[in-house]
Design a protein around this ligand. Sequence first.
Ligand SMILES: [Zn+2]
Length: 106
Amino acid sequence: MATYQVYFLCPACKKKHRAPVHLELQRGPKEEESVQEVFGDRARPPEVDNLGNTRFLCPRKKRYVQPAEEDLTLAREDVSAPATGKAKKKPPARKKSATRSKRSKR
Ligand SMILES: [Zn+2]
């Protein structure tokens, strides 16, 4: 299972916005793809099907829009994605050493 962030191309301002929706898909795309590209003629999971009837708020125009299915994209939000090496693990000793060096300065 991978979590996907839903984006939509806004029909009101023609910009891409992040929809407040996350989906869990077993066979999702590796890269960002539109719902249509991902599922084609196959049956959509109910959550995806619902997106077609959902209105999203455009943060620019402050109004609700209903994007077409081809304007809804899914982008993988994956912790194990090797693309960008975000350092998630931070050594817990960091705070301690900072305090210590502060003290030793004085
Ligand atoms: Zn918009």
